[in-house]
Design a protein around this ligand. Structure first.
Ligand SMILES: [Zn+2]
Length: 322
């Protein structure tokens, strides 16, 4: 077992406390490869934002789980070199789907895990989440649970419709599972097609969020599926041979409003995917004779840095808090 403190990581407890007091949310950016990881560390160091490096089950199998932990270790060292004093880093499992996966991540040095039992019947969600929390807390690892179901596609899991979180369940759930934060469903969704192409984008259900805040005062809330599906990158993908029709996301003003509330962690993955894809397509198209991967991955990484700096500064308000 490698404990996360040996890797120079922190759990999310202290970060969430400060985010709650400061009226901002911490970005949770997913990474699967070197360029995404470099972008997160650089963007968050330059804006002095705390950050959560998020790893999914798919990322673990894509990059190799041993490699990923060493990448995270490298990220901590890189962060120390480029920002003084160092800004805290959390390594978090996104959408853990079993007790065994959470244990494996904790044993390899993760400082935070999500156990997603949101698709299970209520009592089964509680039992699974409690089991993970009991194990994780022995090692001071933070645990995120989820109530309510988000629409959209999250790697291999797809849901047609969102089921909003029921505020009347949250106190019972948090009390019985002992989770440290709770992901809720108030209208965000996974993927790049969050809303039907012709309909008006519906506002987030702030009424549900407020009711949850009343029932769980000071408790950290998490929003998944919070990409804005930045139109500039969707257009770039389409301009350079891609085909993304009707891709739309959550309005950034709505996310800014949510970040001022009990929402302490906001997951942004699709926007980074779109930016990288658009910029890689552009670079390949503009330089057809190039065959050096650095010449198209480099601009993609630079664009990702700009996107993340914008999110930290203008959407989440996390800049300057690291
Ligand atoms: Zn998610």
């Amino acid at each position: 077992m490698v404990h996360y403190k040996e890797l120079g990581l922190v759990n999310s407890k202290e970060l969430f406390k400060k985010a709650m007091e400061g009226g901002y949310a911490i970005p949770a950016y997913n990474f699967n490869n070197l360029e995404q990881l470099q972008a997160i560390i650089t963007a968050c160091s330059e804006t002095r934002s705390p950050r959560i490096l998020q790893v999914s089950k798919g990322a673990r199998s894509y990059a190799n789980q041993t490699m990923l932990v060493h990448m995270a270790r490298g990220a901590v060292e890189m962060a120390k070199e480029i920002s003084d004093p160092a800004i805290p880093i959390v390594v978090h499992l996104d959408h853990g789907d079993s007790y065994e996966l959470c244990v494996s991540c904790i044993e390899s040095g993760f400082s935070s895990v999500m156990i997603d039992g949101s698709h299970l019947p209520y009592e089964e969600n509680i039992a699974l989440t409690r089991k993970v929390a009991d194990y994780a807390h022995q090692y001071d690892v933070s645990v995120e649970g989820e109530l309510g179901v988000l629409a959209g596609i999250e790697e291999h899991v797809q849901h047609e419709e969102s089921l909003y979180t029921k505020p009347e369940e949250v106190e019972d759930f948090v009390g019985r599972t002992d989770v440290d934060s709770l992901a809720i469903s108030i209208g965000t969704s996974h993927g790049a097609y969050k809303f039907p192409p012709d309909a008006e984008i519906p506002p987030l259900r702030f009424d549900i969020l407020e009711e949850i805040e009343k029932r769980l005062p000071g408790f950290p809330i998490v929003l998944h599926g919070a990409s804005s599906v930045v139109p500039e990158y969707v257009e770039m993908i389409n301009q350079y041979g891609g085909k993304l029709e009707g891709a739309r996301g959550v309005n950034e003003d709505q996310l800014r409003q949510a970040a001022r509330s009990a929402v302490c962690k906001v997951n942004i993955d699709s926007d980074g995917r779109l930016a990288m894809t658009g910029l890689i397509r552009k670079a390949l198209s503009e330089n057809p004779a190039n065959f050096d991967p650095r010449k198209y991955l480099g601009p993609a990484r630079d664009g990702l840095i700009e996107l993340m700096k914008h999110k930290n500064q203008n959407v989440l308000g996390s800049a300057g808090n690291g």
